[in-house]
Design a protein around this ligand. Structure first.
Ligand SMILES: [Zn+2]
Length: 164
C-alpha cells in the first residue's frame, strides 16, 4: 500500500467533501496533504511523526467544524497544523511556505537600498526618496518572484519523492 492510499487520506477527503469551495479557500489543504505524506514516510523511524499522525486522526473529523466556525475546534486544528509545521521544519527540513520568496525579496530590497543610497550620495537628486522607494519596491517584487520559483521547485521535489 502506498502512502497516498492510507486511510488517513480517505478520512480527510470524507471530512472535506461536504465543505463548499468558498469555505475551503483558507484551509491549506495541498500543503497539509504533502505534510501528511512526509509524516507517513517517517512514522516507522520517528516517534514524533507517529504521534502527530495519531493526533491528526483524532483532529480530521473536526476540520469541517473548524473551517466554518471559530471555536475550540478551530484552535485544535490550528495547533495541530502548527505542531506539524514545526516538527517537519526542525527535524525533516521541510521549508515553510514562501521561504525563499520572503528571503530573496528582503535581500534584494536591502541591496537595492544600499546601492541607491551610494548612487544618490555620488549623484544627488531632488526626488531621491521617490527613486529609492520605487527601486526598492521593484526589487522586492523581483526577489519575491524569483524566490517563489525556487519554493515551487522545492515543493515539487518533495511531492515527487513522496509519490515514489
Ligand atoms: Zn518526524
Amino acid at each position: 500500500m502506498t502512502n497516498s492510499q492510507d486511510a488517513i487520506f480517505e478520512d480527510l477527503n470524507r471530512a472535506l467533501s461536504g465543505i463548499s469551495d468558498k469555505d475551503l479557500r483558507f484551509f491549506p489543504i495541498d500543503r497539509f496533504k504533502t505534510q501528511l505524506e512526509i509524516l507517513l514516510q517517517h512514522r516507522d523511524q520517528c516517534p514524533e511523526c507517529n504521534m502527530l499522525l495519531k493526533k491528526t486522526k483524532e483532529v480530521v473529523p473536526l476540520i469541517p467544524i473548524a473551517i466554518t466556525d471559530v471555536g475550540k475546534e478551530r484552535k485544535q486544528v490550528d495547533r495541530l497544523l502548527r505542531d506539524i509545521e514545526r516538527h517537519l521544519r526542525k527535524v525533516h527540513h521541510l521549508l515553510p511556505e514562501y521561504y525563499y520568496a520572503a528571503r530573496y525579496g528582503s535581500i534584494f530590497a536591502a541591496i537595492t537600498v544600499v546601492i541607491s543610497l551610494i548612487a544618490l550620495w555620488c549623484f544627488p537628486s531632488d526626488n531621491s526618496v521617490l527613486v529609492i522607494i520605487t527601486l526598492t519596491f521593484i526589487s522586492l517584487i523581483l526577489g519575491f518572484l524569483w524566490g517563489n520559483i525556487k519554493d515551487k521547485r522545492f515543493a515539487g521535489e518533495i511531492e515527487h519523492k513522496s509519490k515514489k
